[in-house]
Design a protein around this ligand. Structure first.
Ligand code: HDD
Length: 706
């Protein structure tokens, strides 16, 4: 019989507890020798050479010399968090995976979000795919969903992975550019590999500029299998939907964030958990009966395809909450080792050739970067259930196995550890029948590369389309090779003729005269971010103020924001405190115009107070702050004399006559000179914050405004 090992939300935290180390009282060597001096090396005389016998110096330096391990060959830059997953209802009808069987059981998880192309020290906010990896510590061992924030991939077969990654990474001669796809070798490859076109449409869209990790979707990408107790198998695709909605930066903003705060997404994740505003995601599945495998006009084993939600709805099955920051970045976030091959009974693979290759590559990658098969002994990777087998020795073996028996079968050790029979829960591979010739060939069912790229394009709002076209002008504008640019225009012409013409115009190249493929006209509402959840929880507002600010207005707004779990920083010219107009308590300044920037906030508020507004008007940075927020489509609010600062900023499309009357709300700019209705003003501002961005604003320099 298999043993039962109940798991709860605390199981992983408790297992990590055994490894946490507090600083000790005494400074010692690694072997515990007390040390009296760590500031001077042992020398032959005060000005003499250092002596070889200085064991403390040797150990300190050689430990330091070996601090770095190879960074991940992709997804090197990342941030992690602990949390839990709880199912809404039992999924036992579909899978025998125990962690999905009981809504009362919270399974601990460790999640790592990442960018793909940049190195470990690169900026967070760059245009890139984001990794979305989840390790579930279940009673049947670790289960990893190693996904991305896009539902499809560049290539169909894992043997092309080194090629796409070589093409996307900095070019080999000069190692440029860092964390960017905007370079010739990437687009050369893409223009020659048409299966990448669907992914390219997603790559050029707002999806690759997520505002935060908490505002992006996650996808398992491949089709997987679920198998129930009766041995019935179904195909499954995974979707993570953020409860905070799916929201993005604009490109200009993302580029500025990368300079102002390269750690922006890592920091926001960390700080929101510290504040108790926990990122939450709903897990959903699309389930396809085995007999329906061939009923679609694409192959469900092809990772460049989605299953449109109109064809197979996403069924929400549970929720994940990230509620604890790691104690140590290296020990947890860097050493965590995800592997798509980590599955539990009830979950199995499909024959997707991209997935099949991944089943080998991740283990190999962990062996290389962590240095030994014993990486599973590292605290973050250890399962929360017992594990036992006859693997032995190797570098950094952590366990002291006490049995003389290390083989199977055996009689000297009672034939332990013994295999677990399938009926008692032992893993069995789904006995799918397969036959075929050994061939290096792509299935003909994988050959339509454009229909779903067109579906994606058709599903975008006009603003999303404008920004996608702009992204293509930026990316291909950096490719000073006409042949590659022309090949890409031809590829776009297979997706949509208008799109191809618009790309060509921006590059200054001849536009195609007729479509290469007629647009099929189909769309899917789920593909546009415009239809996402609207909530203000977790947003971050800048309040611009100086000495003489109206304390009552400020207090009302701050109170209303915090009631909605929106945090706010007082931003002023100098640090320290500012005095309120009514002589009340002085107010702590959180950031100065030098230590922060408009791009780091989701919205801006300017409270009244004549003296405060005069000071802000005299300080150019306050106006820049508002201009940038406006340019990036963010909600902006001013009350009392605060309206004067908004007027001085001369925001395009905002009717000043209307603003000077009672409260007005135009294109996400909320203004009210009348401060008798601060409650209604706060509500209007919070409603605007829920919208996240006001895309219809006429912002000069964007594709929609000439
Ligand atoms: Fe991969 C890391 C996601 C295809 C080979 N991949 C890695 C990570 C994520 C993904 C999120 C970071 C894991 C972490 O946080 O530690 N990869 C994907 C997705 C893919 C995909 C969603 C397509 C559906 N990957 C893919 C292929 C191969 C790899 C086809 C190779 C055949 N991926 C790797 C790797 C990495 C990796 C080289 C680098 C570090 C690591 O595994 O742990 O093995």
């Amino acid at each position: 019989m298999s043993e039962q090992h109940p798991v709860n939300e605390q199981s992983k935290d408790r297992s990590l507890e055994n490894y946490r180390v507090e600083p000790g009282q005494n400074l010692t060597t690694d072997e515990g020798h007390p040390l009296s001096n760590t500031d001077d090396s042992l020398k032959a005389g005060g000005r003499g050479p250092t002596l070889l016998e200085d064991f403390h110096f040797q150990q300190k330096l050689s430990a330091f010399d070996r601090e770095r391990i190879p960074e991940r060959v992709v997804h090197a830059r990342g941030a992690g968090a602990h949390g839990y997953f709880e199912p809404y209802e039992s999924m036992a009808e579909f899978t025998k995976a125990k962690f999905l069987a009981d809504p009362a059981v919270k399974t601990p998880v460790f999640v790592r979000f990442s960018t793909v192309g940049g190195s470990r020290g690169s900026a967070d906010a760059v245009r890139d795919v984001r990794g979305f990896s989840v390790k579930f510590y279940t009673e049947d061992g670790n289960y990893d969903i190693v996904g991305n924030n896009l539902p499809v991939f560049f290539i169909q077969d894992a043997i092309k992975f080194p090629d796409i990654i070589h093409a996307v990474k900095p070019e080999p001669d000069n190692e440029m550019p860092q964390a960017s796809t905007a370079h010739p070798s990437f687009w050369d490859f893409i223009s020659l590999v048409p299966e990448s076109m669907h992914m390219i449409m997603w790559l050029l869209s707002d999806r690759t500029l997520p505002r935060n990790f908490s505002t992006m979707q996650g996808f398992g990408v491949h089709t997987f299998r679920w198998v129930n107790k009766e041995g019935k198998s179904r195909f499954v695709k995974y979707h993570w939907k953020p409860l905070a909605g799916v929201h993005s930066n604009v490109f200009d903003e993302a580029q500025k964030i990368a300079g102002k705060d390269p750690d922006f997404q890592r920091r926001t994740l960390w700080e929101s958990i510290e504040k108790g505003i926990y990122p939450e995601y709903e897990l959903g599945v699309q389930i396809v009966e085995e007999e329906d495998e061939h009923k679609f006009d694409f192959d469900i084993l092809d990772s460049t395809k989605i299953i449109p939600e109109e064809l197979v709805p996403v069924r929400p099955i549970g929720k994940m909450v990230l509620n604890r920051n790691p104690d140590n970045f290296f020990a947890e976030t860097e050493q965590v080792a995800y592997q798509p091959s980590n599955v539990v009974p009830g979950i199995d693979f499909s024959n997707d050739p991209l997935l099949q290759g991944r089943l080998m590559s991740y283990h190999d990658s962990q062996l290389h970067r962590l240095g030994s098969p014993n990486f599973v002994h590292l605290p973050i990777n250890r399962p929360v259930c017992p594990f036992s087998n006859n693997n032995q020795d190797g570098r950094m073996q952590m366990d002291i196995k006490t049995s003389r028996v290390n083989y199977s079968p055996n009689s000297l050790g009672g034939n332990l550890p013994a295999p677990v029979a399938p009926e008692d829960g032992g893993f069995t591979t789904y006995p799918e029948r397969v036959e075929g010739h050994k061939i290096r060939e792509r299935s003909p069912s994988f050959s339509d590369h454009f229909s779903q790229a067109t579906l994606f394009w058709n599903s975008l709002s006009n603003g999303e389309k404008d920004r996608l076209v702009e992204a293509s002008h930026f990316e291909l504008g950096k490719v000073k090779n006409k042949e590659v640019q022309e090949r890409m225009i031809d590829r776009f012409n297979h997706v949509d003729h208008e799109l191809a013409k618009r790309v060509a115009i921006g590059l200054g190249l001849p536009a195609p005269t007729a479509p290469a493929t007629e647009n099929h006209g189909r769309s899917s509402a789920a593909l546009s971010q415009e239809h996402t959840t609207k909530t203000a929880k977790g947003r971050h507002v800048a309040i611009l103020a100086a000495d003489g600010v109206d304390g009552a207005q400020l207090a009302t707004l701050k109170h209303a924001l915090s009631a909605m779990h929106i945090s706010a920083d007082i931003v002023s010219k100098l640090g320290g405190t500012i005095a309120t107009a009514d002589g009340g308590d002085s107010i702590e300044v959180d950031k100065t115009f030098l230590t922060t920037a408009s791009v780091l906030y989701d919205a801006v508020y300017v409270p009244g107070g004549a003296k405060s507004i005069e000071a802000l008007k005299a300080h150019g940075e306050a106006l820049t702050f508002i201009h940038e927020a406006f340019k990036h489509f963010k909600p902006i609010a001013g009350s009392g004399e605060g309206v004067d600062l908004l007027m001085q900023a001369d925001l395009k499309g905002i009717d000043s006559a209307q603003v000077n009357g009672k409260m007005s709300a135009q294109l996400g700019v909320i203004a009210s000179r009348d401060v008798s209705e601060m409650g209604a003003f706060a509500t209007a501002f919070i409603d605007a914050i829920k919208e996240h961005r006001f895309w219809t604003r006429p912002v000069p320099g964007t594709a929609s405004v000439e």
